[in-house]
Design a protein around this ligand. Sequence first.
Ligand code: ATP
Ligand code: MN
Length: 301
Amino acid sequence: MKRIAARIGERVVSLSNLDKDLYPSYGFTKADVLEYYRRISPCILPHLRDRALTLKRYPDGIGGDHFFEKRCPAHRPGWVETANIPQSGGEEMTVCLVNGLHTLMWVENLASLELHVPLARVSTPGIPDSMVFDLDPGEGADVIDCGHIALALRDILGDLGLECFVKTSGKKGLHVYVPLNREETTFDDTRRFSKTLAQVLERSYPQKVTSVMAKDARKGRVFINWSQNGPSNTTVCVYSLRARESPTVSLPLAWGEIERLTRQADPGEFQFIHSDALQRAERDGDLFSGLLELRQTLPGF
Ligand code: ATP
Ligand code: MN
């Protein structure tokens, strides 16, 4: 196996198999994956910080076997920051915290194409710092339908005095986030609130929206998955690559762009790849920075 030692700040990270093509039909090697994450690191690192990382690893590329890994791999350099998380059975699990570029490069060397994180940080596991609405198009629906529902959701949240942010999932749908950043707001609160809002939209647009997971209910509709608001749930991290045919990215978009793309009604226009993410990050900075800063209170909680 070919290995090189890369110096990153004060650390030396051992990188291997850099020329392995992880997206064969597109042509994107492990070196390209590392380079993408290195360049996007100023945007992604603040969103990974102090969160229990779930690695989604593709050691043989997107066509090969893959696995979700919640435990931090035992063979890790001493400088990888970790946290011990209590599990339901009473045992503890050691998880990785990606708190610097060196750790990001180390997890990417493990071919962790996708990075998934919970809504809470490890120090405050019961306190989500945001609320999420995972908009999933059912059979016969698509991302344009998700765009319409995201805009309706933004309007309702706006009427309630809440600002929200939106990103593509990098796969089929969209994710809408409401920053909270208040230690008084718990997962019980965000679950109840998001469920109620999903039901309100379901009643307003019964032909277009469902708040229940059943496959039949989803047909031709957008499923507003509010149940992602739980302490053990994860969502793909903003700016993470996805393991699709091409290296798509879960990318934040301005609401004006959601309006434009939804009007335009071409689902392909909602797919963004690594180079789009880097260009936009350079032009706009991190459109999701408000998620980490804005303090908001759910009305009635
Ligand atoms: P899409 O737009 O296609 O729905 P998505 O990333 O939103 O893409 P979902 O299936 O809706 O995918 O799941 C939402 C989130 O739940 C994912 O981003 C992921 O973090 C988490 N998740 C889904 N399936 C699993 C799984 N099998 N194991 C662990 N986490 C999962
Ligand atoms: Mn989804």
